[in-house]
Design a protein around this ligand. Structure first.
Ligand code: SF4
Length: 322
């Protein structure tokens, strides 16, 4: 279950809704980040302001120079590469307990992918794409966390995967405080269907870690579990995997349901498989049966409530499949 203690900690580019710190003094309004705010703990950062550039300021760009990339401010001729690298490594080195990042796309500082690289400081054409200086440092140090930009998060599937990942990791952080094997066993049981949807190999590995046949210390078991748990959520689930989970859950109600009810549910699963209905349509039918037949084991499964419901806007339900 989601608790106040399980709030994800997310580093966010400060210009996305928190401060008009863009080079031109503007702020980026983003509905998703605004909706997320009450549910998470945001850590806001503007790397360009942190290295002493004022607002507004002359824009900066990434320039190819020999075999290296430099961060240059064409108007002043300043090379900001060293300063930005120094800030990034200090800031990221001090970060503790972080579950994810939402970075400004295309920024030469914050962008983590698809940032333009120019052939020269002033009039040179674009010759390629790279990570921004800060975004690249995030990828290097926190490649096992959920990292997205506000543009990609407009896609329903990318957003769902991001949210599932950060809330799952936050729940684990909350559990780790207790250092209890019993709590870990309960955690593994509650996440079974979610892990089944994401990565069955990792789900079995995690089961083995929890069984602790070699009688390792709790701290060692938790560290091993955390690493494998993060790996399980690295890639989004294959499209068919949640259907397997739904079928597995349907098995619990086999005796109680009428043929018509089962048929309706299977039709809904088929619509999801064909991309004509969101997964949530079939999931909500199952949820109503969980309430009706009081299946406690299923009720506690995070698969049915991986993150707060209001974080998926109705206006993009089912769109933007990748
Ligand atoms: S993209 Fe990053 S560096 Fe640029 S204004 Fe936003 S927070 Fe600051």
């Amino acid at each position: 279950m989601l608790t106040a203690a399980a709030k994800p900690r997310i580093v966010v580019s400060k210009c996305i809704g928190f401060d008009p710190c863009r080079y031109n003094g503007e702020i980026v309004h983003d509905k998703f980040v605004a909706r997320l705010e009450p549910h998470v703990e945001f850590i806001c950062v503007c790397p360009e302001v942190e290295i002493g550039l004022g607002t507004p300021r002359d824009p900066i760009r990434i320039v190819s120079s020999g075999n290296a990339l430099k961060l240059i401010q064409p108007a002043s001729g300043l090379d900001l590469s060293g300063k930005m690298r120094g800030f990034s490594s200090g800031f990221l080195g001090d970060l503790k307990e972080v579950d994810g990042f939402i970075l400004k796309n295309r920024s030469p500082s914050c962008g983590f992918t698809d940032v333009k690289v120019y052939s020269g400081p002033e009039k040179g054409p674009v010759i390629g794409k790279a990570s921004g200086f800060f975004g690249g440092a995030v990828l290097e140090k926190f490649g096992d966390r959920a990292i997205e930009d506000e543009g990609r998060l407009r896609n329903l599937n990318i957003r769902e995967h991001f949210l599932t990942r950060v809330f799952a990791c936050a729940r684990f952080r909350a559990l780790r405080q207790s250092s209890s094997m019993q709590d870990l066993v309960r955690f593994q049981a509650a996440n079974k269907l979610l892990l089944m949807a994401y990565n069955q190999t990792k789900m079995r590995e995690l089961g083995g870690i929890v069984a602790n046949r070699n009688r390792k210390r709790v701290s060692a078991v938790l560290a091993e579990y955390e690493k494998t748990f993060r790996e399980a959520f690295h890639k989004p689930p294959r499209h068919a995997s949640p259907i397997n989970v739904l079928m597995h859950a349907l098995g619990y109600f086999k005796q109680e349901l009428s043929a018509r009810e089962k048929r309706h549910f299977l039709e809904m699963c088929e619509s999801y498989r064909r991309g004509r209905a969101p997964l949530s349509s079939a999931v909500s039918i199952l949820q109503s049966w969980i309430i009706r037949f009081e299946w406690e084991y299923l009720r506690d499964q995070t698969f049915f409530h991986p993150f707060p419901e209001d974080l998926m806007a109705l206006d993009d339900s089912g769109r933007g499949r990748v």
